[in-house]
Design a protein around this ligand. Structure first.
Ligand SMILES: C[S@@+](CC[C@H](N)C(=O)[O-])C[C@H]1O[C@@H](n2cnc3c(N)ncnc32)[C@H](O)[C@@H]1O
Length: 218
């Protein structure tokens, strides 16, 4: 039996969400970029960049030298931009220590096989004081299966916050944006697309911004 493609690979999500394959589109990208004060010339990395929409946004709107990593050949192939987008996973970044002023990771952290290893990599490639912007699903409890979808793999926000802080970051902003998840789920349902396989209740959506404390890893 053929497994269904993950939601972010399906044309139904793109039809509803456009090139930003996440709740809220650019709303949280801009919220984070403005809160961080991204400046022209900053080197910024988008981990799990999908179709490269955020990479393009960071270049066009903020003048950043933006790069993306994305493990899926299909996503890179479908995306609008190729320059500066490298095929790689978030837990093994092909960049040297202290390369970036900011790392974005939008709707991807929960998909990493080992989110702690991903956070160690984000910490490594950031300059001291560099910013991490995370947006993702969260869950009321830790009872999620380790399936393939963001909904399957979501964990409580406080678990993510503790993991981020143990990885050498200081949290500077945490916001609840569950309304954006509800809105996307409703638009997907209206278009006849299922938003996930589990029907797991108690899901939310958050934006977290953290700063790299120093060079030592927890
Ligand atoms: C929900 S989509 C979000 C894409 C993009 N960040 C956006 O918001 O438009 C999740 C993305 O994470 C990517 N992904 C899955 N596993 C990954 C991993 N181990 N490292 C980095 N990205 C991964 C998928 O290929 C997919 O492009």
């Amino acid at each position: 039996m053929r497994c269904a493609a993950p939601l972010w690979e399906r044309p139904g999500l793109r039809a509803v969400a456009g090139d930003t394959l996440r709740p809220g589109g650019f709303a949280l990208t801009d919220r984070a970029a403005e809160a961080m004060g991204v400046l022209p010339g900053w080197r910024v990395l988008d981990v799990g960049c999908g179709l490269g929409a955020t990479v393009a946004r960071l270049r066009a709107r903020y003048g950043a030298k933006a790069y993306g990593v994305e493990p899926s050949a299909a996503q890179v192939e479908r995306g609008a931009i190729r320059s500066g987008v490298i095929r790689a996973g978030g837990d093994c970044l092909p960049f040297g220590d202290g390369t970036f002023s900011a790392v974005f990771c939008e709707c991807v952290l929960s998909l990493l096989p080992d989110p702690r290893a991903g956070l160690r990599e984000f910490h490594r490639v950031l300059l001291p004081g560099g910013f991490l912007a995370l947006s993702d699903l969260c869950a009321r409890d830790d009872g999620g299966s380790r399936g393939d979808s963001c909904a399957d793999r979501a964990v409580p926000l406080e678990s993510t916050r503790a993991m981020v802080e143990k990885s050498g970051f200081e949290t500077v902003l945490v916001e609840d944006h569950t309304r954006l998840l509800t809105d996307l789920a409703a638009r997907l349902a209206f278009a006849g697309e299922t938003g996930g396989r589990t029907g797991r209740g108690g899901l939310g959506y958050y934006l977290m911004i953290a700063r790299k404390r120093g060079w030592t890893h927890a």
